[in-house]
Structure formats: structure tokens, C-alpha cells
Design a protein around this ligand. Structure first.
Ligand SMILES: Cc1ncc(COP(=O)(O)O)c(C=O)c1O
Length: 484
């Protein structure tokens, strides 16, 4: 992301984010379309002030008339508000308006949000009578209630990583955990290593905590261990954020022997590993399970987590509406997090935790149901894509919630804009990296209802066809004219 909400984006940053323009449109229109996309997918946060029309015209080498027309088009579509004296700020128009523009409802291929796992409704109903217990105390706590922490710790222990309740902090989801860890353990200008691509809200949290980011590649085939080790050695990051099980967005799994090496390299350099296992319970058909990554920590004493902090969550395996996650770490780390936490929030609601206890007791059955849904949905989306977009390379992930699809042209952002006009919301590949790469990729979640997967792929194919027809340069070298 180039700028935080309420801040200013420079003309150079904006030009970098806009990249290549769609050749099939007048320049002002193509420019406005790109800015709309950047605002919609959050790469330019709402509230960001754009450069003045005059400055932007000078920096892009375009005529003032073109830039004025682009800004006007953004204003007309509700993406820009200009006030004399305070410049032009981007905004998000109401979703009603977007849906109206599409002429119907919008199908959501942007969020990888699965439905509540089958069986959850019964658990909620049964837990209902226990909710009143929350009224006996303050109803929230910083560390989490001891029963739930005990159940989470027991699950780690059963999976091969001995854990005590005081090594667990219950959080309000995985994202909350990542943000709390980032703000507690990073100082301004510390280096943090992330994967490319990666889960965007994680790198955003690290950056907002002041980190300078370095990246290591991950593909659908996995990690490049040599690159990862070299980058750790060269950058000596304070923290490395990794998603080793059913990596978002590629779906890749880190092989056990690579885990051993990564843990060893990080330990030798004093780099804290933040291992995000939010997606680790989303196995579809991976034949092996190496247990929690932190099994590879070398403990020197019972209170020594050897620099591995694990993040977990029920959002993906059970339901995102629960907002229940956790951090597993050495007890000293948990204490530091507990000291830092009240600056951001005062604790996790007790009612949610009561439900969490019931869910953990039924975890094996619930995960079995989740797996059935994922198998079916992955199969359907794969078949639809092979049928309607055979020119794309569709991977076969062994777990996770989405397909990291390779397009036959580097046009992910253009596809995202066009799809929006067709009533399909997507997140363009570049959103998953900090440097705007991945124009050849799009993440397609298979979490929507089957009917939406079917309708969504038809819309996707229509949008791609429209794009291909307009692409005068041919499929292999779509040299869209650069805007600068
Ligand atoms: C890898 C990863 N970590 C964390 C999160 C956030 O999880 P939660 O909804 O529990 O905050 C997500 C959500 O997409 C994710 O994919």
C-alpha cells in the first residue's frame, strides 16, 4: 500500500501503483479505472489525498486536460471528493451504488470467507444456555479464560507440541494476533521478512508497526529454501512472518525438512519467527501432517520458545464471525503481549470464548465436515475454470481456500476492473505483494456457494474475453502503453 488513510500519495507513488494502462480506452478513462481499482482493493486507502491535477499532469507527461477529465470521472463515480484548499481525497462509494452499476448483485470472489462449518448451528444452540455464565464476571479478559486456553494448549500437545495454558493468549481472530505481535515486537525501521505473495493484511500490520519489509518467493510449488536462507542472512530481520501450512494465496505446504532448516537459520540469527497457522486446519487431501511448525524449535528451558510465535484462529476452519484466535508462545512472550495489549483492546469477549470451548471439544468432527466442503468446492471451481478459461493454469492445492491461478497475460488488475463492471468482485494479484508484482496471477477463493462459483466463472470468462478482444498486441506480448 502506498499510503495510509488520511495521508497523501505522491505523484511518483501513484504512477508506480497505476502501472500500465488499458490501451482500449481513452487515457483519462483508463487512468480513472486504475485508480478506482486501487481504491477498491485497498492499495490506496480511502481518505488518501491525491496529487494535484497540475502536479500529476507534469509528472506523468500527460496533458492537464487528460488529468482533469480523469479526476472528474472519479468524482462522478463517487471515488473522489475535492474541496478547495484541502485537495482531492479518494473515497469508497456505497456498495448499493456499485451493485446498481453492475445492474444486479455482486458475486464475491474477493474474500476467502467460508460459510459456518456444518454442525456449528447445533453447537451455538446448545451453548446458548451457558452464555449467561459470562455475566458472572467482567465478561472479557486479556489472556483468555483458563478453560479455553487449556483446550487450545491440549490440542497443541496432542499434535506433538507440549504446551501449557500459560503459553496461550486468546485473541479476537488471527489478524488481531498478528497486529498485536507486530506492535509489541517491532521497533520503527526494524526489518521484517515476508513471503511474496502473502496475506495482505499481515504485511500491512507489519508495515504499520514501522517495519521495513524484505521478501522471499513462494509459488504453488513451495518455498525457495536457498533464497529464504540467503535473505535471512543478508537482511537479519527482527521478525519473519511465514504461512507454512496451506499458504495464502498459493495453497503451498512447507515440507518438514524445509521447516527444520528455516527454524535453524532463524535461531542462529536471532530472528523471531511468526508462524501463522490460521489456515493450517484446512487440509483437503495432503497425505502428511508435520504438526505445528514450532515443534522444530529447540527449547533451552521450559519457558523458552526459542523465538517461534504461533498464530492460530477458528475463522477459516469454523467461522469468521466468531472472531476467535490465539497466540502460542513462550510464557515470557505471552506476558509481554499481555502488557502491551490494553493499548489496543481490553480483552476477548467471554461469550465468544464459551462457544470456543464447545467448538474445541468437537474439533475432529467439525474439521471433517469442513474438509468435505473444501473438496467439493475445489473440484467444482477447478472444473469450471478448465471448461471456461482453458488458457489459464489452474493449480491443485492440497489445502486452503483458494486457487492461485496463472493467467495467460499479465493483466490481473485490468481483469479485476472489468469484472467489477460485470458484477464480480476480485482482488488483483498485485495486492498480495508489496511491490506490485503478480499481474499474471489472480486468487480465486472456492468458498462461495456452488451457484455463485458457477455464475462467477461465467462472468470471469466474459470479462476476460472482452479484455482479450481489446488487446491489440496479441496474447503473448500485451505491451500496454505505459502511462509515463
Ligand atoms: C493467513 C491468514 N492469516 C490470518 C487471517 C486473518 O484471520 P482472522 O479472520 O482470524 O482474523 C487470514 C484471513 O484471511 C489469513 O488468510
Amino acid at each position: 500500500m502506498a499510503a495510509g488513510a488520511g495521508t497523501r500519495i505522491s505523484a511518483r507513488q501513484l504512477i508506480g501503483l497505476i502501472g500500465e494502462l488499458d490501451p482500449g480506452k481513452p487515457v483519462y478513462d483508463a487512468l480513472a479505472e486504475r485508480v478506482r481499482l486501487l481504491v477498491t482493493d485497498g492499495r490506496i486507502p480511502a481518505g488518501t489525498r491525491l496529487p494535484s491535477e497540475r502536479e500529476f499532469a507534469v509528472q506523468t507527461g500527460r496533458s492537464r486536460t487528460t488529468i482533469v477529465a480523469a479526476y472528474q470521472s472519479l468524482r462522478d463515480a463517487g471515488y473522489l471528493v475535492s474541496r478547495r484548499g484541502s485537495g482531492s481525497r479518494v473515497t469508497l462509494p456505497g456498495s448499493d451504488r456499485r451493485n446498481a452499476a453492475a445492474g444486479s448483485r455482486t458475486i464475491d470472489f474477493a474474500r476467502a470467507v467460508p460459510p459456518p462449518v456444518e454442525g456449528l448451528r447445533d453447537i451455538v444452540v446448545r451453548a446458548g444456555h451457558r452464555m449467561a455464565e459470562a455475566l458472572d464476571g467482567p465478561g472479557f479478559d486479556l489472556l483468555g479464560n483458563v478453560t479455553l486456553r487449556g483446550s487450545i494448549a491440549q490440542r497443541y500437545t496432542e499434535r506433538g507440541l507440549p504446551t501449557t495454558p500459560d503459553q496461550i493468549m486468546v485473541t479476537m481472530g488471527g489478524q488481531h494476533a498478528i497486529s498485536l505481535i507486530a506492535h509489541t515486537f517491532l521497533a520503527r525501521a526494524d526489518v521484517a521478512l515476508i513471503e511474496a505473495p502473502t496475506y495482505p493484511h499481515a504485511y500491512d500490520a507489519l508495515r504499520r508497526a514501522g517495519a521495513r519489509l524484505v521478501t522471499t518467493p513462494v509459488t504453488t510449488a513451495g518455498w525457495d529454501l536457498e533464497h529464504l536462507r540467503d535473505t535471512l542472512a543478508a537482511a537479519r530481520p527482527a521478525l519473519a512472518y511465514l504461512v507454512p501450512d496451506f499458504h495464502n494465496p498459493t495453497g503451498a505446504s512447507m515440507p518438514p525438512e524445509v521447516r527444520v532448516e528455516v527454524a535453524r537459520a532463524a535461531r542462529a540469527l536471532g530472528t523471531t519467527l511468526v508462524i501463522d497457522e490460521t489456515t493450517a486446519d484446512l487440509n483437503i487431501d495432503r497425505a502428511w501432517d508435520d504438526g505445528p511448525f514450532a515443534r522444530h524449535a529447540k527449547r533451552r528451558s521450559p519457558s523458552d520458545g526459542s523465538g517461534i510465535i504461533t498464530v492460530g484462529s477458528l475463522s477459516k476452519s469454523i467461522w469468521g464471525g466468531l472472531r476467535l484466535g490465539w497466540i502460542r508462545a513462550d510464557t515470557a512472550v505471552i506476558r509481554r503481549l499481555a502488557n502491551a495489549r490494553p493499548a489496543g483492546d481490553l480483552g476477548t469477549p467471554q461469550m465468544e470464548q464459551i462457544l470456543g470451548e464447545q467448538i474445541l471439544a468437537a474439533m475432529p468432527q467439525l474439521l471433517g465436515r469442513r474438509q468435505e466442503l473444501l473438496i467439493e468446492h475445489r473440484t467444482v471451481l477447478t472444473r469450471l475454470l478448465q471448461e471456461h478459461l482453458p488458457q489459464w493454469i489452474v493449480p491443485h492445492p492440497e489445502g486452503g481456500l483458494s486457487l492461485w491461478v496463472q493467467l495467460d497475460k499479465p493483466a490481473s488488475s485490468a481483469l479485476t476492473s472489468l469484472s467489477e463492471a460485470h458484477g464480480l468482485s476480485l482482488v488483483a494479484g498485485p495486492k498480495f505483494s508489496v511491490d506490485g508484482a503478480f499481474e499474471r496471477h489472480i486468487r480465486l477463493p472456492f468458498t462461495s456457494p456452488i451457484a455463485d462459483l458457477e455464475d462467477g466463472v461465467l462472468l470471469l470468462a466474459q470479462a476476460w474475453k472482452q479484455f482479450s478482444v481489446r488487446d491489440v498486441a496479441g496474447p503473448e506480448a500485451p505491451r500496454l502503453p505505459s502511462m509515463v
